[in-house]
Every structure is written in structure tokens, then in C-alpha cells.
Design a protein. Structure first.
Ligand code: BG6
Length: 494
């Protein structure tokens, strides 16, 4: 049998409603923050590096978006039309042998505005159908409760997660979905990349930045983050109450930083950068704020309103496992005026001279995945789940219709081998691995379709033109074999 992954290892793929469902006005769905995300057609590396610019939003931009049904410049409105293709797509995942399929529920499909008492039955029914289709093939759904999809009305009328009422709205939504899908879904994640509220506060926290005093905006983000922590803890309780035996995870963007040099200043900078990130998982795993985050509040004079009940809920209901996305690593330095800059996942970072990069500047580093697994496991001693990993690349359909994405196979193979080493040499407990975008979908950071991740090509371009036909890439059969052999095929050439 050779080298295999642990029995029951959950191989699969990961998606998000806002980037692939489409059907933005169907089935009673409300408008979400993603439906007003403007495609700016970034061409140069400079434009790609303008992460903030790509994520910026103002009330005027929202009004403009709402005044049109255009789907070309608002591509998340059409996605890849999973809404109408879900049977075909899930059948393809089943052909690859998926054990699990990560998807998110669009909050605005269940509660179109976010503040209603009564859920939208048509929205609930849609996910019933999707989960049934998965279960028909023995595919276990892994569901994110919130993946960059706050309902727009909730942001416009309540200021999103800055408002304490968000906790009640979200808990009601969680109660409804966990009761409804109690027999269908066992694995849940609360907020996708919960730390991303600091990078794109609108998509993650529903905060329209232009409404706030710029001097106070950092404090606003931390207040919204606090509300998400409380909501995540309560969601964990609700989920456990409604579905005994269910497992709830937090979800982190595993930005992995190296010091640019061995200067102690750079090493300290790296440590602080990692702490900024771990503050999120520390809070959700240990159930209390780390001392350094509280010190930050004090030193900056932030007055984050938190009640004793909030802190008790956070302590009483920590997560069961830690999930994360991992794409690349990057460097940090105290001062690095001469260093070359590059892009990472919605951040700009220093380029590592020892690593290659993707066409989008994300640095390719499988060893960094092993380092991340070890760091997280040593810190938390709880099961880990890699719920996103993959290579965004431009694929070419050859004249004979084939798509030979060997670069994607190489990337994934090396990352899977790093996982194997982390499990068997470093003793890490890893529940599973879902590659990002098993089927091409709209990029989160750039709103492009041409940044493709899938094993399955979708015939649609950056301007929404195409047949939406699904075509298997070369990596399709490669991943199928990896799953069928529980990882042994990764090592067949050794
Ligand atoms: C993760 C997000 O950060 O990265 C996904 O959870 C996103 O939503 C993925 O799509 C890849 O990023 P991008 O910008 O290439 O789509």
C-alpha cells in the first residue's frame, strides 16, 4: 500500500457561495456585500498589489452598484452558476472521490436582509437539495456559516458587525440552519478567515469604512471583531445543542512570515506579525483574549465594549478544531527599503529571494505549510484542518480541448507531501484537506475569473462571456488517484 494518509482522512475541495453560486436575485435571495464588489480588471502587478483599492467601498459605490443589474462588472453576481449546475458539479466531485465538500451558506439566501425573524424557505430548500446531493455520493458537507457574505441591508442599516445587534441576528441565523440541517451537516466553520476583518473590513465585517472617522477606524474594527468572537462562541454552543456530536472550527488565514534577515529587529518584527494573526485563533481556542491584544487596546486607548457575559461565553464555548487557508509565505523586516515587494493573500509583503511566485505574486512554499502545521499544533494541541490550499493560475485550453495544468499538480503534490511529513514526522493531528476552488470560481481579491484554481475548468471569462461548460483538466485525474490511494500515489515516483 505504501505511504498513505490516516484512515478516514477527509480529502475534498472548498468553495464559497459568494464566489460560485450566482443566482444573486433568485430564490428570494437578498443582496450581499459580494454582489456589489466591483471588478476593476487589474492588469499590472502594481494594480494587483493595490489590495486596499480592490476592496475599497463607499456608500456612493454601493448606490451605483444597486442601480444596475449588470453582472459584468459585478462578477460575483453570476459566479459559475452553481445555483443551476449543482447536480452536475457535485457529480464531478463524486467522480474524483471527494470525501468532503466545503461550501458556505449565503446568509442573505436565508435572511435576505439579515434582521428578519422568518427565514426564506426557498433558500433553505436550496441547501437541502445541495446537501442531499452530496450525501447521495457519501460526501460529507463542511459548511462555513459566513464567508464574505453579510447581507447588504445589515451593513447599510446597522453598520454590520460594529453593531452589537449583529450577535443576535447571526445567532438566530445559526439556530435556524443548524436545526434545519441537523441530520445532514456535522462539520461547521463559523467565520471564514476571521482575521481578515483587519484587511477587508467590508467583506468580512460589513463595515463601510467611509462612514467612520479615519482616526477611530482601527477601534471600530476591533469592536466588530469582538462581536464576531462572541457570536462565534455562541454559534458553537447553538451548533452543539442542535446537533449533538457536531464539530465546529475557527478559520484562520495562515499568513506565514519569515524574518527577512537574522537581525534581532527583524525576528522580533516577525514574531509580532505572527502574534497579530494568532490573536484570533488564541481567542477562539483558549476562550480568552491574549495579553498582548489587551495591551494593544490599552496602549492605543481603544475602548472595546465587552460585557462579563461576552467573556464568559467566549470562555465556555471554544472551538473544537482549527481550520485554516494556506497559499504562500512571505517575509517581514523592521526596515527593508531596498527589498522587493510582492503580493500575498490580500496583503503586500516582502519577497523571499529563495522562493518562486505565482503569476499573482503569491510565493510558493510547501515547506511553509509544514512549518504552519507544526506551529499551530504545538500552540493549540487540537485537530487541524487545511480547508484551503491551491494555485491560482491562467489555464490554456489546447486546440484538442485538453487543459494541461502540470504546474497545479506540482504545487499540490509538494503541499500534500509536506502534510504527510507533518503528520508522520512531526506528530500533527490533521483531519483533512480541501483544495481551494476544485472547480474554477471568481477570485476573492481581484474579482477575476481568469485566476483559476480548479480541477474542473469553467468556460467563462473575466467579462462573464462563455458557455459555462465544465471541462476536466489534467489535474482532475491526478487528484482522483491521490484520493483513491489515500495519498499513496503522491510517492509513486520515489
Ligand atoms: C482565501 C479566501 O483567502 O483565499 C477565498 O477564503 C479566496 O475566498 C482564496 O478565494 C483565494 O484568493 P483569491 O483572491 O485568489 O481568490
Amino acid at each position: 500500500m505504501g505511504k498513505t494518509f490516516p484512515e478516514g482522512f477527509l480529502w475534498g475541495g472548498a468553495t464559497a457561495a459568494n464566489q460560485f453560486e450566482g443566482g444573486w436575485k433568485e430564490g428570494g435571495k437578498g443582496v450581499s456585500v459580494s454582489d456589489v464588489a466591483l471588478f476593476k480588471d487589474p492588469k499590472s502587478m502594481e494594480e494587483l498589489l493595490d489590495v486596499h483599492g480592490n476592496c475599497d467601498i463607499t456608500d456612493e459605490m454601493i448606490e451605483k452598484a444597486l442601480s444596475t443589474d449588470d453582472e459584468v462588472y459585478y462578477p460575483k453576481r453570476h459566479g459559475i452558476d452553481f445555483y443551476h449546475h449543482y447536480k452536475e458539479d457535485i457529480a464531478l466531485f463524486a467522480q474524483m472521490g471527494f470525501k468532503t465538500f466545503r461550501l458556505s451558506i449565503a446568509w442573505s439566501r436565508i435572511f435576505p436582509r439579515g434582521d428578519e425573524q422568518e427565514p426564506n424557505e426557498e433558500g433553505l430548500k436550496f441547501y437541502d437539495d445541495v446537501f442531499d446531493e452530496c450525501l447521495k455520493y457519501g460526501i460529507e458537507p463542511l459548511v462555513t456559516m459566513s464567508h464574505y457574505e453579510p447581507p447588504l441591508a445589515f451593513c447599510q442599516e446597522y453598520d454590520g458587525w460594529y453593531n452589537r445587534k449583529a450577535i443576535d441576528f447571526f445567532c438566530h441565523y445559526v439556530d435556524v440552519i443548524t436545526k434545519r440541517y441537523q441530520d445532514k451537516v456535522k462539520y461547521w466553520l463559523t467565520f471564514n478567515e476571521v482575521d481578515s476583518i483587519t484587511r477587508h473590513p467590508f467583506m468580512t465585517g460589513g463595515l463601510i469604512e467611509s462612514r467612520f472617522d479615519p482616526e477611530k477606524f482601527e477601534e471600530v474594527k476591533y469592536q466588530a471583531m469582538h462581536h464576531q468572537f462572541v457570536a462565534s462562541a455562541l454559534a458553537t454552543k447553538i451548533c452543539h445543542d442542535n446537533i449533538p456530536g457536531s464539530k465546529v472550527g475557527c478559520m484562520l488565514t495562515k499568513q506565514t512570515y519569515y524574518p527577512y534577515t537574522c537581525k534581532p529587529e527583524d525576528v522580533l518584527e516577525q514574531q509580532q506579525k505572527m502574534r497579530e494573526l494568532y490573536a484570533f485563533s488564541d481567542t477562539q481556542v483558549f476562550g480568552e483574549y491574549p495579553a498582548y491584544l489587551l495591551a494593544k487596546y490599552r496602549n492605543n486607548g481603544y475602548n472595546i465594549v465587552m460585557t462579563d457575559e461576552d467573556l464568559k461565553a467566549m470562555k465556555d464555548y471554544p472551538v473544537d478544531f482549527i481550520s485554516f487557508s494556506y497559499y504562500s509565505s512571505s517575509c517581514v523586516a523592521k526596515k527593508a527599503e531596498d527589498a522587493q515587494m510582492t503580493a500575498a493573500n490580500t496583503v503586500v509583503a516582502i519577497k523571499n529571494p529563495y522562493l518562486p511566485s505565482s503569476d499573482w505574486g503569491w510565493q510558493i512554499d510547501p515547506i511553509g505549510l509544514r512549518i504552519s502545521l507544526v506551529d499551530l499544533y504545538d500552540r493549540y494541541r487540537k485537530p487541524l484542518f487545511i480547508v484551503e490550499n491551491g494555485l491560482g493560475a491562467k489555464d490554456i485550453v489546447e486546440a484538442d480541448g485538453t487543459i494541461n495544468d502540470d504546474y497545479r499538480i506540482d504545487y499540490l503534490k509538494e503541499h500534500c507531501k509536506a502534510m504527510y511529513q507533518a503528520i508522520y514526522e512531526d506528530g500533527v493531528e490533521l483531519m483533512g484537506y480541501t483544495t481551494w476552488g476544485p472547480i474554477d470560481l471568481i477570485s476573492n481579491s481581484t474579482n477575476q475569473m481568469s485566476k483559476r484554481y480548479g480541477f474542473i475548468y469553467v468556460d467563462v471569462d473575466d467579462y462573464g462571456q462563455g458557455t459555462y461548460k465544465r471541462i476536466k483538466k489534467k489535474s482532475f485525474d491526478w487528484y482522483k488517484e491521490v484520493i483513491a490511494t489515500n495519498g499513496a500515489s503522491l510517492f509513486k515516483d520515489e
